[in-house]
Design a protein around this ligand. Structure first.
Ligand code: BEZ
Length: 251
């Protein structure tokens, strides 16, 4: 059975995934935080975007399931606490609920969306960027192949959900939201280090029951199988990210 270990390390994230906040312009423009607003940041991570929202004069509460991330966000001066967004119990509290690159880790999307709807005041907005249909498909295909070669079924432990715009629009409308934007965008993303760093940052949960040497073997095989597909001749690794951006209003 999967453990409840905190697999996130803020330093790894800063080193191998600094693009996550750096590429958040579209979702931040969609949010357009205003002075005096009260904003919930779901999956606040190390608090970098929460701090930016605070600089615009809004009040931020960040939540994240990782205590390591919450500690880092608090050190940065962002009010944050450990909480699974799928279980929040706020009522009419927030002007906006925001999330960047976190919702695809939450497999109970209907429950999450209902809880967010309840957390917003009437007229409040739910503004999100997450992985969408086709996201990291080369990585998922290679993980499926290599784990199968090691007797492991990736599908049964896949921690990610990458919805189509239609699927997500239906979920949002069923919860009562009025959807003003919901679209996919391909965003091939060069990595600041390499795909091994990406696996070390994001795949610990998937490989949780392997020994250290078994884990290293799987990651080395992943790197070699992906090299001809996503590594350029000058050594730049580019991952096939696809973003789903949506804005939904609580009537
Ligand atoms: C993403 O941001 O799309 C993502 C990052 C890590 C793992 C899976 C998806």
């Amino acid at each position: 059975m999967k453990s409840n270990k905190d697999y996130w390390k803020a330093q790894d994230y800063t080193l191998h995934a600094n693009f996550v906040s750096a590429l958040a312009q579209e979702v931040m423009q969609d949010l357009a935080p205003r002075r005096g607003e009260k904003i919930l940041d779901i999956g606040c991570g190390d608090g970098e975007l929460g701090a930016f929202i605070m600089e615009q004069g809004a009040t931020v509460l960040g939540i994240d399931s990782s205590a390591n991330f919450v500690e880092t966000a608090l050190r940065r001066g962002v009010n944050a606490r450990v909480e699974d967004a799928q279980n929040i119990l706020f009522e009419d509290e927030f002007d906006a609920v925001f999330s960047n690159a976190a919702l695809h880790w939450m497999l109970h999307q209907e429950k999450l969306i209902t809880r967010v709807f309840n957390a917003l005041r009437s007229g409040g907005r739910f503004v999100v960027e997450m992985g969408g249909d086709g996201n990291i498909s080369l990585i998922c295909r290679t993980l499926t192949e290599i784990l199968a070669e090691n007797g492991i079924d990736f599908a049964s432990r896949n921690p990610w959900i990458f919805p189509t715009p239609d699927e997500q629009r239906k979920r949002l409308e069923s919860a009562g939201f009025s959807v003003v934007k919901c679209c996919l965008r391909k965003r091939p993303t060069p990595l600041p280090t390499n795909v091994k760093g990406w696996f070390d940052t994001f795949c610990n949960e998937i490989l949780f029951d392997l020994s250290d040497s078994g884990r290293d073997e799987v990651i080395d095989s992943m790197v070699e199988r992906l090299r001809p597909l996503i590594c350029s001749s000058d050594g730049i690794w580019t991952v096939d990210y696809v973003r789903l951006n949506f804005v939904a209003i609580k009537p």
